[in-house]
Design a protein around this ligand. Structure first.
Ligand code: HEM
Length: 462
C-alpha cells in the first residue's frame, strides 16, 4: 500500500510507531554482504537503539563546528579548480559542473571521514575516488535484473544487490586499511584525525579500544593513555562491534557523499535559471558575512565562512528547503504492520504484515499544501515558523520523521550552506539557452533515486 496522506504518515512515523516494524531495505538485502548485515538502516530493536545512540552522537553541535573547519578546507580546492576551468575556457564555452561537484564531494567526505587530504577534484583518476564511485553508484544492469528476472535467477547470478559484492569488498578493504593505520597510534593525540567520523566511531568500539590498550601495553607507552581507553570502555553503554563499525562507516560515507553532490547540482541549476533568486542569495551573503558591506575582491576565493554565520542565511536556507521539496531524494520508505491497524484519524486499515510506503514526492508536490507545486518558489520557506509548521504537519519530510529520522540532516545543511556561500560569493552561474537542463544519469537508475548526469552552464567570476 502506498500513501501520501500526511496525517496517516505522521501517525505511523510518530504516534503509533510501535504498531509497525521497519521493512528491510529493497536496495540493501541484509543477507548479501557484511555491510548490509550490520548497517544501521537494516538494524532493528536493541541493535538499532545501540547503533542509533552512537551515530546520533556524531552530529552534536559542538562536533559540527569541528566538521565545518574540515569542510571549509576543501572549499579552497573547489574554487581553485573552478578558477582553472574558467581561465582555460577562452572561448566562453559551456562548463559541465557535475563532475566537479562529484569529485569535490568525494574529497570532502574523505576528509570528514578519514582526515584524508585527497585531491580528486584536480586528479580525477585516483584509486580512492574509483573505489568510492564504484561502491556507491547502483548498476543499471543489476536494477534491471531485479525488475525483470525471476528471483531465483537473480540470486543464481549474484545480482540481488544493486551494487556488486566485489565493489563493496573493495570499500571494506579500504576501511580496514584506514582503521589499521590508527591501531598503532595513541588515543587523543590532539591531531586533526581525533575528530573525524572514523575516529569518533572507533572510540565507541570496545574491540578496537582493547586492541589499542594491548598495543599500548606491549609498546610500554604511557599509562595515561591506557587509563583513558579502559575508562572509555566501561563508560560506553552505547557501542559498536567491529563489523558494525565498518558497515556504518560505509553508510555514513554513502549517505553524505551520494546526496551532497546531487543537492549541489540541483541548487546550482535552479539558481542559474532563477537569476533573481541567485542575486538575492548573493546580497544576503554579502550583508551577513561581510561587515560594512566590505565585498571580497575578484579572485579572493580563500574566504572562510563559519558555521554560525552561514546559519543566519535565511533566504539561502529557504532555497535549499525548496530544492529538497521539489526533488525528494529518497523516493519511498515505509513500515510493516505488526498486527491489523486501523488509523484513528483517517480510518485507513492496514493488515498485519502489510507494507505501507510513503510517497514523499506526492506529498511535496501536492497543490493543497504548495500552490503551483511544480514551480521553484523559495518564499514558501522564508521564516523559520513557516518551515516549522510544514514539518509539524508532515507535509515537508525530506529527512523523514520520528525516531528513525535522518541523523545527518544538520551536517548536510551545514555542508551545503558553506559550499553555496563560497560559490555564490565568487561566481555567477548563468544558463545557456537550449543547453542548461537537468539530465538524468540513466532512466533505469532513476527508478530508485534521482542521479543527475551532466549540467552545462556558463560560469563567470564575480
Ligand atoms: C539531503 C541529504 C539527506 C537526505 C534527504 C536524507 C534522508 C534520509 C531519510 C528520509 C531517512 C529516514 C529513513 C526512514 O525513516 O526509514 C534517513 C536516514 C538516515 N540517514 Fe539520511 N539523508 C540525508 C543526508 C544524510 C547524511 C549526510 C548522513 C550521514 C552523514 C545520513 C545518514 C543517515 C542514516 C545513518 C540514516 C538511518 C537512520 C536510522 O535508520 O535510524 N543522511 N536519511
Amino acid at each position: 500500500m502506498m500513501t501520501s496522506d500526511p496525517k496517516l504518515i505522521k501517525n505511523i512515523y510518530i504516534k503509533h510507531y510501535k504498531n509497525f516494524s521497519d521493512p528491510k531495505s529493497i536496495l540493501m538485502t541484509p543477507d548479501n554482504h557484511v555491510i548490509y548485515r550490520h548497517i544501521i538502516n537494516n538494524s532493528r530493536g536493541e541493535t538499532w537503539r545501540r547503533q542509533s545512540a552512537v551515530i546520533r552522537s556524531l552530529f552534536a553541535d559542538s562536533r559540527l563546528k569541528l566538521f565545518a573547519k574540515k569542510i571549509t578546507e576543501n572549499l579552497i580546492n573547489l574554487t581553485d579548480s573552478l578558477d582553472k576551468m574558467i581561465d582555460n575556457n577562452n572561448n566562453d564555452k559551456a562548463i559541465d559542473i557535475s563532475q566537479v561537484f562529484i569529485n569535490h564531494s568525494i574529497d570532502l567526505m574523505a576528509n570528514c571521514m578519514f582526515s584524508l587530504k585527497q585531491n580528486t577534484i584536480n586528479s580525477v583518476d585516483n584509486k580512492f575516488s574509483q573505489i568510492i564511485k564504484q561502491s556507491t553508484m547502483p548498476s543499471k544492469w543489476r536494477i534491471l535484473a531485479s525488475l525483470v528476472l525471476p528471483k531465483f535467477l537473480v540470486n543464481v547470478l549474484d545480482m540481488s544487490t544493486i551494487i556488486s559484492r566485489k565493489y563493496l569488498d573493495q570499500f571494506v578493504r579500504l576501511t580496514v586499511q584506514e582503521l589499521s593505520k590508527r591501531i598503532s597510534l595513541p588515543i587523543n593525540t590532539g591531531n586533526d584525525d581525533d575528530n573525524d567520523f572514523c575516529q569518533l566511531l572507533m572510540n565507541r568500539c570496545p574491540d578496537f579500544i582493547s586492541n589499542k590498550t594491548l598495543d599500548n601495553n606491549t609498546n610500554n607507552n604511557n599509562n595515561n593513555n591506557n587509563k583513558t581507553s579502559e575508562s572509555q570502555i566501561s563508560d560506553l553503554s552505547q557501542t559498536l562491534t567491529n563489523d558494525e563499525l565498518i558497515a556504518n562507516i560505509y553508510t555514513l560515507f554513502d549517505s553524505a557523499y551520494g546526496i551532497d553532490y546531487i543537492l549541489k547540482i540541483l541548487i546550482i541549476y535552479e539558481l542559474a535559471i532563477n537569476t533573481e533568486c541567485q542575486q538575492k542569495c548573493y546580497d544576503e551573503i554579502i550583508a551577513n558575512c561581510f561587515p560594512d558591506n566590505n565585498k571580497p575582491m575578484t579572485g579572493q576565493n580563500n574566504i572562510k565562512f563559519d558555521y554560525k554565520t552561514v546559519d543566519k542565511l535565511n533566504y539561502l536556507d529557504a532555497c535549499i528547503s525548496e530544492i529538497m521539496r521539489l526533488y525528494a531524494q529518497i523516493y519511498r520508505e515505509g513500515r510493516i504492520a505488526r498486527h491489523d491497524y486501523t488509523d484513528e484519524t483517517t480510518g485507513v486499515t492496514i493488515k498485519k504484515g502489510q507494507v505501507i510506503q510513503f510517497s514523499r514526492s506526492a506529498v511535496h508536490r501536492n497543490s493543497d499544501y504548495y500552490p503551483m507545486p511544480d514551480q521553484f518558489r523559495p518564499e514558501r520557506f522564508v521564516g523559520k515558523q513557516n518551515k516549522h509548521q510544514l514539518i509539524e504537519s508532515a507535509v515537508y519530510l525530506p529527512f523523514g520523521l520520528g525516531r528513525r529520522m535522518c541523523p545527518g540532516y544538520k551536517f548536510t545543511l551545514m555542508t551545503i550552506k558553506l559550499t553555496m556561500a563560497q560559490l555564490l560569493v565568487n561566481y555567477r552561474f548563468l544558463p545557456i539557452p537550449g543547453l542548461t537542463k537537468l539530465r538524468s544519469a540513466d532512466p533505469i537508475v532513476e527508478h530508485y533515486s534521482y542521479y543527475p548526469g551532466q549540467l552545462y552552464l556558463k560560469i563567470e567570476k564575480r
